[in-house]
Design a protein around this ligand. Structure first.
Ligand SMILES: Cc1cc2nc3c(=O)[nH]c(=O)nc-3n(C[C@H](O)[C@H](O)[C@H](O)COP(=O)(O)O)c2cc1C
Ligand code: SF4
Length: 700
């Protein structure tokens, strides 16, 4: 049933809930979930469908699929997206459309032909592109595409039409033609960087936009009176001097102003578009998009990690956007529109801009979200981002540790109705978040604790105890039925991690620190000026780079050493690596990649090249070890050693969770806390998987 808007008092956010037509269909409000993949795609279609169904329930006016490959001659394996190659793919895609429309959202499908970006590793077809050349993938696959013959351009147009008709028959309301982020052939034709053709599809902007015009016209002829046809273009390709620039985009929109039913605009590269909060603020694309609405009578959607209702209203009121596009804000909080509509602003679970969601796609696993542990578990585990099942038969839980795992466990346990005591050894709550949010450009990460504390504090059945450094004796004598130990982790100082699986020789004369020391302010001020500090990063995520930035800002000369070939290597998966390396270079931080630290002497370290083994020495005044973390499980060990006393003490279970059990990124900790709370009093899965799995059906 359509939402009844008349019963609500008017508010300054009403604007966001005004319906708007997109060609022949009408969106019920301005919340537009732009396409986003999820690491599940064709392998986990039911999980993807349920994830989108929950967004429909959460009030989004428009919900899109991720990119959907339209033909077997263009696919982007190993990445796992959706496919609409043949009729066989339709039941899966129809299930998805039905889920999206379950609560009156328009269902959109993003059609992609990947051209110069599709290596065809799975189908073994020769890739076809606007202009041939090496395939432009993240992984530099050693494969080339060949230029499309003119007759083949007609084939590709027909494949688009076939996919559009199938999409219509699956129940979709909107089509988006992917031409952004360098990933879709529409963009490859538009850009002089990837289009070197000398026929009527190359050269002038009119010629380069011919393919886009033809495809839109073909699709509209085939399905236009039933579906809105939109196009997603890059706001600024920013690759080289031939790139499809922001001014060319504006010329293109002016030239074809009324061609699509909506212009969906996104920054040039995926890295730029899905920038993390470490590098991009909310609304960062505004300068590139402002004024474009004046060039067309059709609605414009743009993105910018929008989580603030006021920022959204401003985008619309000031005539920059018609729709608020959102990928990550919709992942972190699928109920964002509903919460704004109901004025429940404190309940909004704001995206922290960490891009852990992207890593699920980049690692072809399945996506996680730091803020929303239920993401992609809606079907697999039956989790829901808002619902909290009533508690089971037991009553009381002691949660020890108020980091991300402990806070999430307490939030969910409290919501389920348990009597919860949350004990924190320190005076401040938040565990690692309370410290890491103070590091350079990580303040948005603080939302992990702010949201959870905001939810927990009003709960009468959750008591919070600060300065409670509990002993095993305390835990056993308190009388709680369940004990959840989430005591976090501690950075190692002995060099053990990946390059060295055992401690390295370290002179006691060398001042040596860990990130824990630095975050606690335990770093002598005389080291902060003009002193050479070496950071040894064998962790490979953000901490090494952040420590380097921090100490450089404080005045140290800094050298970052890592066994990897680049700094913060794992951040390729969060789309940050290039930005991090550029920032460190820009700040004058010395980089020594492909080297391990073999020994720390009184006044220098010995390095060894990871390839040749050739050693060298580097003088230093101090060393910071960013290597591995150990779970802080001392309390767990103490309680476990007294297991014989548990029954008499009324203790039914004791569990170690989060970093204390196995250190990992924050998203793993919130997931662990959520899982603990959801599984309390639930039947044991025994040897079976604790989630549902889509199993490939066998064919003859
Ligand atoms: C996990 C993830 C997957 C994405 N996959 C796609 C995709 O399949 N197609 C697409 O056009 N954009 C994709 N994007 C880009 C988003 O649509 C969006 O433009 C970008 O994230 C900026 O919007 P946001 O700040 O609201 O996240 C993806 C973004 C994320 C975070
Ligand atoms: S993983 Fe991080 S960036 Fe992605 S939606 Fe969740 S909080 Fe936002």
């Amino acid at each position: 049933m359509p939402d009844d808007q008349s019963s609500r008092p008017s508010s300054r956010y009403d604007l966001l809930f005004e319906p708007l037509a997109i060609g022949p269909v009408t969106a019920k409000n301005r919340f537009y979930q732009v396409p986003h993949c999820n690491g599940g795609g064709y392998r986990d279609p039911s999980a993807v469908a349920e994830m989108r169904r929950v967004k429909s329930e959460g009030g989004w006016g428009v919900i899109f699929t991720e990119q959907v490959e339209i033909h077997q001659t263009s696919e982007i394996s190993p990445f796992i997206e959706l496919r609409l190659w043949e009729d066989k793919d339709m039941p899966m895609m129809a299930k998805m459309a039905e889920a999206m429309k379950s609560h009156d959202a328009l269902a959109g499908i993003e059609l992609a032909y990947s051209g110069i970006n599709g290596p065809n590793l799975y189908t073994k077809e020769v890739p076809l592109a606007a202009t041939g050349g090496p395939i432009l993938t993240f992984t530099s696959d050693p494969v080339s595409a060949r230029s499309l013959e003119k007759a083949e351009i007609r084939d590709v147009r027909r494949w688009y039409v076939n996919a559009a008709k199938r999409a219509r028959d699956c129940g979709y309301d909107l089509i988006c033609l992917y031409g952004a982020h360098g990933f879709g052939i529409i963009q490859h034709f538009l850009s002089r960087t990837t289009n070197k053709r000398s026929d009527e599809y190359g050269g002038s902007l009119e010629n380069r936009s011919r393919f886009m015009r033809e495809v839109i016209t073909d699709i509209r002829e085939a399905v236009g009176d039933t579906m809105g046809v939109t196009v997603r273009l890059s706001l600024d390709e920013a690759f080289d001097d031939l790139s499809f620039s922001n001014s060319e985009l504006r010329d293109c929109i002016e030239m074809h102003g009324d061609l699509p039913d909506l212009w969906d605009l996104a920054h040039g590269t995926w890295e730029d578009c899905s920038g993390t909060s470490r590098f991009k603020d909310e609304g960062a694309q505004e300068d590139l998009i402002r004024g474009i609405k004046n060039l067309t009578s059709k609605p414009v959607v743009g993105v910018g990690r929008f989580t603030s209702p006021d920022a959204m209203v401003r985008q619309i009121k000031s005539g920059i956007l018609d729709f608020i596009g959102a990928a990550r804000p919709s992942i972190a909080d699928p109920f964002l529109p509903k919460k704004i509509k109901e004025g429940r602003f404190d309940d909004i679970r704001e995206c922290i801009g960490c891009n852990i969601c992207v890593t699920g796609d980049m690692t072809m696993s399945i996506s996680r979200c730091t803020q929303n542990p239920t993401f992609m578990e809606e079907w697999r585990k039956g989790w829901h981002p808002e619902n909290k099942p009533a508690k089971g038969e037991s009553q009381s839980v002691l949660v020890i540790g108020s980091g991300p795992a402990g806070l999430e466990a307490a939030r969910m346990l409290g919501g389920r109705g348990y009597d919860v005591a949350l004990a924190e050894a320190k005076n401040t709550l938040g565990g690692r978040i309370a410290q890491e949010r103070l590091l350079p450009n990580l303040s948005a990460w603080g939302r992990v604790m702010d949201y959870r504390l905001g939810q927990i504090e009003p709960m009468a059945n959750v008591s919070i105890y600060r300065d409670s450094n509990l002993t095993a004796e305390d835990v056993i004598s308190f009388g709680f039925q369940h004990i959840c130990i989430a005591t976090g982790s501690i950075w190692r100082r002995d060099g053990t991690a990946r390059a060295h699986l055992k401690p390295i020789p370290i002179s006691a004369a060398m001042p040596l620190y860990t990130p824990d020391d630095i975050m606690a302010g335990d770093f002598p001020s005389d080291l902060l000026t003009q002193k050479h500090v070496l950071i040894y990063d064998d962790d490979h995520y953000y901490m090494g780079g952040v420590m380097a930035e921090l100490l450089r800002e404080k005045g140290c000369e800094v050298t970052l050493i890592t066994p990897a070939n680049c700094v913060s290597e794992w951040t390729h998966n969060t789309l940050e690596q290039g930005f991090i390396q550029a920032r460190l270079i820009d700040k004058g931080i010395n980089l020594r990649c492909s080297n391990r630290v073999n020994a720390v002497a009184d006044d220098h370290v010995t390095l060894a090249c990871v390839y040749s083994g050739k050693t060298s020495e580097l003088a230093a005044n101090a060393v910071v070890m960013v290597t591995a973390r150990d779970g802080d499980d001392a309390l767990w060990q103490g309680v476990k050693s007294r297991q014989a006393e548990w029954q008499d003490a009324g203790i039914r279970s004791v569990k170690l969770i989060g970093d204390a059990a196995a250190p990992a990124p924050i998203a793993w900790a919130t997931y662990a806390g959520h899982r603990y709370a959801m599984e309390l009093d639930a039947p044991d899965h025994g040897d079976e998987p604790c989630f549902r799995r889509e199993v490939t059906a066998l064919e003859d």
